[in-house]
Ligand binder design. Structure first.
Ligand SMILES: [Zn+2]
Length: 337
């Protein structure tokens, strides 16, 4: 398929190739210019096609470091099939260190299936779904809390399986990935997980810390988990695949309606719960303070659902509608199958 984006490297060629996807960008200072989206393809023999992407949200840095390190460390003799690595998938956002693209305000993980001749972020989404995911068996899209949120440690995310056979396969892969928690959630057609499902590829996301920062232990856990998973699928072999067994993950689910707590006023928020706490519906979650009206009592925010606090807002100033906490509830029994 001819596409608006042109790849400098041949994605069907054996061996290790590193270059850029050229995203056309005609502006005042560069009339016939393009923006460089880094990409590597490492291909040898028969086996699955496994994509690792990061920088879908440009202020999530852990994945960008992990993906870049894999790009340097993986050589063709370790590969059975193909590994494609993109450390700055929404390059304009990652280059600016912002969640969305400064060019079009595009949030890449809300724009699938994309538009072939649309705005820069729409064009990237279209290329990912119709060129990359169309040839993939697996994709791991590395996310974290970004500038505004902080996740508790290293976590995995996947779509709720559609049947028992898919459930057994997905849970086997999550166990191989082996990060401490796995969140299962309902599909949203504009996300990369749904795009992968449309193209018959299996997509896992991570949520690795965040707060606009990088944590050494979380980074190490994320990289080791990914290498475990690649070894399990057969696409990677050799010294990079960890010998130690992956940890047993806790399987959890996130309820779209009750597992989020939001600021109900503009002000400064005081958390009344911490990451990892078990909380109940109706329990106070936060106080919103109004230091410009010092005699005014703070406003109370309560939890709408019960579960474990897995994510919290990373900064103190809030407006109505800002997410303060995200919860997840244990999804019992399934890991016994
Ligand atoms: Zn993200």
């Amino acid at each position: 398929m001819l596409h608006t984006i042109k790849s400098e490297i041949d994605l069907d060629a054996p061996g290790k190739h590193v270059g850029y996807l050229r995203l056309p960008h005609s502006v005042h200072r560069s009339a016939y210019g393009w923006l460089p989206i880094p990409i590597a393809s490492i291909k040898r023999g028969e086996g699955p096609v496994f994509i690792v992407s990061a920088g879908s949200h440009g202020d999530e840095y852990e994945g960008q470091i992990i993906a870049s390190s894999l790009m340097r460390d993986i050589s063709p003799d370790m590969v059975n099939g193909q590994i494609i690595i993109l450390p700055m998938l929404n390059f304009p956002a990652a280059d600016a260190g912002t969640r969305t693209s400064p060019l079009d305000d595009g949030n890449l993980n809300r724009l699938f299936p994309g538009v072939q001749s649309g705005t820069p972020t729409q064009v990237i989404a279209h290329f990912v779904e119709h060129i990359l995911l169309a040839k993939a068996d697996y994709i791991v899209d590395l996310h974290s809390g970004g500038s505004s949120l902080l996740y508790d440690g290293a976590n995995m995310m996947a779509l709720e399986p559609r049947d028992a056979e898919e459930e057994a396969r997905v849970i086997g892969l999550l166990k191989a990935f082996g990060l401490p928690r796995a969140f299962l959630y309902q599909p949203n057609s504009v996300n990369i997980t749904a795009a992968a499902r449309r193209q018959n590829a299996l997509c896992f996301l991570t949520e690795l810390g965040g707060a606009g920062n990088v944590d050494k232990a979380i980074l190490q856990q994320g990289r080791q988990g990914l290498l475990h998973l690649m070894g399990f699928t057969g696409v990677l072999s050799g010294s990079l695949v960890p010998e130690s067994a992956p940890a047993e993950p806790q399987l959890m689910s996130i309820d779209r309606l009750t597992h989020y707590a939001y600021a109900n006023h503009r002000g400064i928020w005081e958390p009344l719960a911490q990451l990892g706490d078990e909380v109940q519906a109706g329990q106070p979650a936060a106080l919103i303070h109004f230091p410009d009206e010092p005699l005014r009592e703070p406003q109370v925010v309560t939890f709408d659902g019960s579960g474990q606090v897995i994510c919290k807002r990373a900064t103190a100033r809030v407006k109505r509608g800002d997410c303060l906490f995200q919860l997840a509830a244990k999804r019992l029994g399934l890991l016994d199958i």
